[in-house]
Design a protein around this ligand. Structure first.
Ligand SMILES: *[C@@H]1O[C@H](CO)[C@@H](O)[C@H](O)[C@H]1NC(C)=O
Ligand SMILES: *[C@@H]1O[C@H](CO)[C@@H](O)[C@H](O)[C@H]1NC(C)=O
Length: 264
């Protein structure tokens, strides 16, 4: 019997063992080693070859595979990012009878909550922070005290929510609006809705919401959710913003170099 024939035979032996093993319903034993010295060598070679193949596949995979999972962890630069962490929350505003400190018909408490919330809207960004965010300082507005006037995106959204709230209760906040006032506010608030729509769709909350009946004669069911969702730790955002904040009406430098207190 030539060497090749022996190899062939040994693999035939293995195959017949395999089929027996399959009949025995014990697939783990298909790896059982043949007995002879040469056939053991053949198995060692085979294993080495398949290990090399596995290694090559692995290396190629690591280099060329662009898995979609990686996109789940995309991070973008923000000067605030480093100091802010995430947490799980399962608060959902599904119950209309539950008020937060921000909601409800205008009163001193909810007005103060909104005022406090917007205090750190603006901060002074450094040139380096602006460059790292992929922007340019060429046309950025300078603060009189140094740096460039800036805001985190979330504070633009908070501003928009607040403006919408003021308009929602316009009989309280804007008595005696003229037709022109209303047209102006509608234009501004439509833009605010756009900003919020983009952000909501960008951050697509994927929490599971369902519905429940509260009473047998309800006209329609009520939404509910007990889903956890990933949230930034707002206290972290706020303390970062408070440390960096400038006035809500900061002193800005005009292109002429003149300084002016401006309501942004
Ligand atoms: C709104 O108009 C009423 C009467 O026309 C007037 O008494 C009131 O002072 C006005 N309010 C404001 C904030 O201008
Ligand atoms: C809501 O979720 C929490 C944990 O996420 C769980 O402990 C609790 O039992 C859930 N409540 C209901 C009503 O399912």
């Amino acid at each position: 019997m030539s060497e090749n024939e022996k190899l062939l035979r040994s693999s035939d032996d293995t195959r017949s063992e395999q089929s027996n093993d399959c009949e025995d319903n014990d697939s783990f034993q298909t790896q059982r080693r043949p007995k002879g010295f040469l056939s053991r060598n053949a198995v060692t070679l085979g294993l080495a070859a398949s290990n090399i193949l596995l290694l090559v596949t692995l290396v190629l995979t690591i280099f060329f595979w662009k898995p979609s999972q990686i996109e789940r962890f995309v991070e973008t630069y923000s000067p605030a990012r480093e100091s802010i962490d995430f947490m799980l929350k399962n608060e959902h505003a599904t119950d209309h009878s539950v008020q937060s400190k921000y909601s409800g018909y205008p009163n001193d408490d909810n007005n103060k909550a909104w005022e406090d919330l917007i205090q750190p809207t603006f901060f002074g960004a450094t040139e380096q922070e602006i460059m790292q965010a992929g922007d340019t300082v060429d046309d950025s507005v300078k603060l009189e005290d140094g740096g460039y006037v800036a805001a985190l995106g979330v504070y633009h959204e908070v501003h928009c929510l607040r403006q919408l709230r003021l308009f929602l209760y316009s009989e309280h906040y804007y008595p005696n609006l003229t037709h022109d006032n209303i047209l102006y506010l509608q234009g501004h608030l439509d833009h605010c809705l756009e900003a919020l729509r983009m952000s909501v769709m960008c951050n697509a909350d994927l929490s599971l919401y369902t519905f429940r009946w509260k009473a047998a004669n309800d006209d329609r069911p009520y939404p509910k959710s007990n889903a956890s969702r990933k949230c930034v730790n707002w206290d972290g955002v706020e303390s970062w913003a408070m440390q960096r904040k400038v006035s809500l009406t900061p002193m800005l430098l005009r292109t002429t170099g003149e300084a002016d207190r401006i309501h942004l």
